[in-house]
Design a protein around this ligand. Structure first.
Ligand code: SF4
Length: 618
């Protein structure tokens, strides 16, 4: 076996025990790693509707074959669990410097079960696995936690995935962080760690995974580092902030919690190049990254000069454009509060937009808002509400069960104005600008998610020449399902391979080049269509977890606001409707029945026949 150890490390926090189990090569060949392998374990080992914050839930960390060598974009890892925001399947991915060291320690997969009696952290150092006391770390923010673990272990090279106070307090939007600048942000995986009293997972490893053709792998890797570095010059200079202005020109950026259509002056103020100049932003790359999209920024808030990890596109979209906030200092402050406390900036921005709209409609009581005026565009209100959401106090208490819980508590017609799927708030891409995004958000197994199918990138010209002739027409109802099917399967493949998607779009690496690299590492001959198939199988397995939890077509919804076309601007007159027709097209492509349930025939076609018994009887 090449590119893998074929090893699963299983840790039980209740019994304080661990064991190493074999993963057969046939399993690795079928599932590759990451979000596919994790979904397999979750489906097989947890009961339907397991309570996400109970000891019976599992939290699974997974990497793939690329972590066997120094390969561009291999700093990625996946975490797979049942999420507290949606109550069903969740996988989330982060980057940083952690993933290759889990591999070097000798493992492809880490499964954590049970619940520790008191706060602990896990320390994996090659064959030594220790469950260590984390009492002194409990209450520390994500950056201090990393530093304190490095000091305690006496080695600054050791990286620890960890949670902040939000995860400890079981916030449904708590994330897991790596190195203070990368986050498995969406869906509340941080709360699952918190529910297990698990503060961090520190790893260090020194082993070399066997590689099929080491010389060839090294040659391909060097070639791809060079080409991604050359192709990614503008991206490296400005990070993901470079997308704000061009996407606003397409009508893709969320404006005023999805009620307005364009925000041209504001976009120029928060997007690149002003972002880079004003914040003196510099790249802060993950391990093995020729692009370095993460930012280190300088800003000033409340008279205090600060340096921190900078906001990315999604944060600028949800805390800037969606709230009409042009104040980059305030956005950086809110972003930094979320990062240090370990909270998803996308859902936090969505919650604040929702509150501002409710305030405007007179749906919040004086008792709820106190003296705060929830004005659109006010950076100080953004920062204050971010604090309240993080601490689950004041208006933040409304979100203890996410946006659906808040809408139910506020009453009036609040449930009609929220913009989410399965309980997960929309990220910062508007489906009215690219119709395939609507069905992608509707059907993503973890709820509305751009990372499980970046169809919007097609509107900027991204396409896969090995699999399609050209990008889909963004306003075509007839092409929407196909665009979602393609991009979802490929994006799910990236999360299965645990590979940074920016290497493809912005670094210009092709699927064929990825296949060459994979062959040199694993010895397996693969083509682009095989990568698509792996992604499709993983996506189907994740959908099976959804349907086993009782979800189906009724949960693949399109929020009311998305049915309303803009009157002016770049997407005037356009809306991704009729949604039901697009869903029908999509289910046919996926081989699901009219209720959105994968069929036995499709499972067999994808070589997932062992999961046919998981299909609900009705
Ligand atoms: S492109 Fe960005 S997210 Fe991807 S590996 Fe590089 S710094 Fe990390």
């Amino acid at each position: 076996m090449f590119g893998y150890w074929g090893k699963l490390l299983r840790v039980n926090l209740t019994n304080q025990t661990y064991k190493v189990e074999e993963i057969p090569e046939v399993t690795l060949k079928k599932f590759l790693g990451g979000a596919a392998l994790g979904a397999k374990v979750l489906l097989e080992e947890t009961a339907p509707n397991v309570e996400p914050l109970s000891p019976e839930n599992k939290v699974i960390f997974a990497v793939g074959p690329l972590q066997a060598v120094s390969f561009p974009g291999n700093g990625k890892w996946s975490v797979i669990t049942k999420g507290p925001l949606t109550g069903t399947y969740l996988d989330s991915a982060g980057t940083g410097h952690w993933a290759p060291y889990l591999k070097k320690a000798g493992y492809d997969l880490l499964v954590i079960e049970g619940k520790a009696e008191k706060p602990v952290y896990l320390y994996i150092n090659d064959d030594v696995v220790e469950i260590k006391d984390a009492t002194q770390l409990w209450g520390q923010d994500t950056v201090s936690t990393s530093q304190m673990i490095k000091e305690e272990l006496g080695d600054r090279r050791i990286n620890a995935l960890n949670i902040g106070p939000a995860g400890e307090n079981l916030s449904p939007v708590a994330c897991i962080t790596c190195d203070g600048h990368s986050f498995a942000g969406r869906g509340g995986a941080g709360a699952v760690m918190g529910s297990k009293n698990l503060k961090a997972v520190a790893v260090w490893g020194t082993k070399q995974v066997p590689v099929h053709d080491k010389e060839k792998a090294s040659e391909i890797s060097k070639k791809l580092f060079k080409s991604a570095y050359e192709n990614g010059k503008y991206f490296r200079e400005h990070g993901t902030a470079c997308a704000i202005v061009p996407l606003n020109e397409l009508g893709d950026v969320p404006v005023k919690y999805w009620r307005d259509d364009v925000w041209t002056e504001g976009s120029a103020k928060i997007g690149a190049p002003r972002y880079t100049e004003y914040l003196k932003a510099k790249p802060k790359p993950c391990i093995n990254c020729p692009l370095g999209c993460h930012r280190h920024v300088h800003f000033e808030y409340d008279g205090e000069k600060k340096e921190a990890n900078g906001p990315e596109y999604e944060t600028l979209g949800m805390m800037g454009a969606s709230l009409l906030v042009e104040d980059l200092d305030a956005i950086c402050m809110a972003n930094d509060l979320c990062n240090k406390n370990g909270v998803d900036t996308v859902s936090t921005g969505a919650f604040i937009g929702f509150l501002m709209e409710c305030y405007e409609l007179g749906w919040l009581t004086k008792e709820q808002i106190g003296d705060l005026e929830l004005k659109w565009g006010d950076g100080d209100v953004l920062v204050e509400l971010t604090r309240q959401i993080i601490n689950m106090e004041g208006l933040g208490k409304l979100f203890k069960n996410g946006i659906r819980g808040a809408a139910a508590e506020i009453g009036h017609e609040a449930e009609k104005i929220i913009v989410e799927v399965k309980g997960l708030d929309y990220p910062a891409h508007d489906p009215r600008a690219t119709f395939g995004v609507a069905v992608n958000y509707a059907t993503s197994p973890r709820g509305a998610c751009h990372e499980r199918g970046n169809v919007h990138a097609g509107s900027l010209g991204l396409y896969y020449p090995e699999l399609q002739d050209a990008p889909a027409d963004r306003f075509s109802v007839d092409q929407a399902a196909q665009a979602a099917y393609l991009h979802q399967s490929i994006s799910t493949f990236y999360n299965t391979l645990t590979f940074c998607k920016f290497m493809i779009g912005d670094g210009g690496i092709t699927l064929s080049e990825l296949c060459e690299g994979l062959e040199a590492i694993t010895g397996w001959k693969l083509e682009a269509k095989d990568l698509f198939r792996v992604g499709e199988a993983a996506f189907t397995l994740q959908r099976l977890i959804n349907v086993r939890d009782g979800l189906d077509r009724k949960d693949d919804s399109l929020p009311e606001k998305m049915k309303m076309a803009a009157l002016v601007g770049p997407r005037a007159g356009e809306a991704p409707t009729p949604h039901e027709k697009i869903l029908d097209d999509y289910y046919k492509l996926r081989g699901w029945n009219e209720k959105g349930v994968p069929t036995a025939e499709k499972l067999k076609e994808l070589e997932l026949e062992e999961y046919v018994s998981f299909i609900p009887a009705k």
